[in-house]
Design a protein around this ligand. Structure first.
Ligand code: PGA
Length: 251
């Protein structure tokens, strides 16, 4: 039984006040509910304060990125131990904006995944094809390469702390959501790849989130797809009016 996992990736949005108001509303709304798992990913500078605002609640706090090195002369970078120190318990890695705007390779993403898991954090590893790749019939190849590359050297035991997010790049921030059938095809493919890389049991327990223009109006039909175990939400995670109905998709 995979607990649905709804996560809000704030990207470079919100300020101190709006961020605190948002998590205040989330905390109050969610109470002690555990039938869904919820996480927020604030910008680095607000992590400490947001983690303190959510202390004692079931809502997890994560970072949107981390450095692949442990410490030292890496100006502008943030280490995994610093993230853990301010209360982050998970980290999003391999997001398409990191891959496509900042040129992150599968090798770099993999070093970050290894670093985060070794430090005891959870990881959401993002994979997904561009529109050109989909149109060229390369969706499976792209997803396979990113998954194999990102998870190189990871054990089946470590996979208990890994969530995969399938985020077709053409659906991110565009308002064009993948159809339930399109999401379902790739999600099943990803689970099959995980079974090949690890064990059938490990693959069966990994949660695979869908990401890309998830909204209150489409979350229910996406979550009804067998291998869709959650959502990684960008734009619609920034306001309680959008994110609360997403968390409540099953109500
Ligand atoms: P979006 O972003 O929900 O705004 O499309 C999703 C993501 O990038 O994780």
């Amino acid at each position: 039984m995979r607990t649905p996992f709804l996560a809000g990736n704030w990207k470079m949005n919100l300020d101190r006040r709006t961020a605190l108001d948002l998590v205040g509303a989330l905390r109050e709304h969610l109470g002690g509910r555990t039938e869904v798992e919820v996480a927020v990913f604030p910008p680095f500078v607000y992590l400490d304060e947001i983690a303190r605002a959510l202390a004692g609640s079931p809502i997890k706090v994560g970072a949107q990125n981390c450095c692949d090195e442990a410490e030292g002369a890496f100006t502008g970078e943030i280490s995994i131990s610093q993230l853990a120190d301010v209360g982050a318990s998970l980290v999003v890695l391999g997001h398409s904006e990191r891959r496509h705007i900042y040129g992150e390779t599968d090798e770099l993403v993999n070093r970050k995944v290894q670093r985060a898991l070794a430090a005891g954090l959870e990881v959401i590893l993002c994979v997904g094809e561009t529109l050109a790749e989909r149109e060229a019939g390369r969706t499976e190849e792209v997803v396979r390469t990113q998954l194999h590359g990102g998870l190189a050297g990871i054990t089946a035991v470590d996979m208990a702390r890994v969530t995969i997010a399938y985020e077709p790049v053409w659906a991110i921030g565009t308002g064009v959501v993948a159809s339930p059938a399109q999401a379902g095809e790739v999600h099943s493919y990803v689970r099959g790849l995980l079974a090949g890389l690890f064990t059938a049991e490990a693959a069966d327990s990994v949660r695979i989130q869908y990401g890309g223009s998830v909204k209150p109006s489409n979350v229910k039909e996406l979550m009804a797809v067998g291998d869709v175990d959650g959502a990684l939400v960008g734009g619609a995670s920034l306001k309680p009016d959008d994110f609360l109905p997403i968390i409540d998709f099953a109500r």
